[in-house]
Design a protein around this ligand. Sequence first.
Ligand SMILES: Cc1cc2nc3c(=O)[nH]c(=O)nc-3n(C[C@H](O)[C@H](O)[C@H](O)COP(=O)(O)OP(=O)(O)OC[C@H]3O[C@@H](n4cnc5c(N)ncnc54)[C@H](O)[C@@H]3O)c2cc1C
Ligand code: SF4
Length: 334
Amino acid sequence: MHTFEFVRAKDEPSAVAAGSKSRTAQQGASVRFLAGGTTLIDLMKLNVERPTDLVDINRLPLDEIEALGDGELKIGATVRNTNLAHHVAVKRDYPVLSQAILSGATAQLRNMATTAGNLLQRTRCVYFRDTAWPCNKREPGTGCSAIDGANRTLAILGTSEHCIATNPSDMNVAMMALEATIHIHGPGGRREVPIGQFYLLPGKTPERETVLEPGDLITHVTLPPPAAESKSLYLKLRDRASYEFALVSAAVIVTLKDDRIARARIGLGGVGTIPWRSLEAEAALVGQPASDATFKKAADAALRDAKPQSENRFKIELAKRCLVHALKIVTGKT
Ligand SMILES: Cc1cc2nc3c(=O)[nH]c(=O)nc-3n(C[C@H](O)[C@H](O)[C@H](O)COP(=O)(O)OP(=O)(O)OC[C@H]3O[C@@H](n4cnc5c(N)ncnc54)[C@H](O)[C@@H]3O)c2cc1C
Ligand code: SF4
């Protein structure tokens, strides 16, 4: 069996001088982990991310997918998105995850992108990616250019007056619905964080996106055993059919009993500042007949707190229709 020791990177003078506690690994830090590089190198070319040192983690023994004795599935941090999406156990037991990954990016990108890198990919907000503009997420305290600017693709749930950026990932929406657990190895030892507690709403600190602390390395993700008799689906709506991020998406996992919904897990993409789990929609579904009326009530509940910006009010109706359609397909009510 492979093991590895956590190595603390040397103190970084620039980070210390700037008063930052972040010396390794996390957003804005000067020493960063490099996985597939499809987010990090991209942002380095744009001068948005400017680490002084990269720690290549690709040769760590973290690239295995393993069925655990208790029925869980363990997915290593550096497992490539392609390998995860096509893994026999994932296609059989967690089709929503396979579909979500395959709906994202391109084959070439998925061949490079990793599980942990995807969990930590950053927003596509155009102002975040262009250093000519103020952006609280990139430069805390400078302001948010999107609130009065181009915000058609940005979030309507979980926003704050400081940031309205969308979490762009497809995989993360499925991981939310599947109630994944993130396993972390850091200077303080090992810990596990349920994905529902992993992402942070922007609030006043949009630069802080997850609970990861300086030096934390994601080692793997576990999925609970698949819910008995459940069916799942990922539906993504976007401006073009490939190579495009979601305007809205829905990850649905439903168990039917006597044509009533016995269990439901609902994730929404393209609408939240974090990958969104809708407990409201789930509550509206459970115990109800699998019908159009039930699905519409669930969709209304999911979007009840939506706060649209100047250009993205359309997302409310689009997200509702996306969720209703996904529920119809998964329950065979089309
Ligand atoms: C043109 C383009 C189109 C795309 N379209 C889509 C799309 O439609 N849907 C979608 O979901 N995604 C899309 N993506 C995003 C893509 O999925 C991500 O870039 C990719 O998943 C990131 O994974 P990576 O391994 O390359 O991460 P990296 O770039 O290597 O790392 C990303 C971040 O994670 C950190 N990190 C990596 N591994 C660890 C670890 N083990 N522990 C702690 N920190 C770690 C890095 O330091 C960095 O901050 C697109 C990307 C591009 C460039
Ligand atoms: S929405 Fe967030 S990422 Fe975009 S400009 Fe505003 S603060 Fe920056």
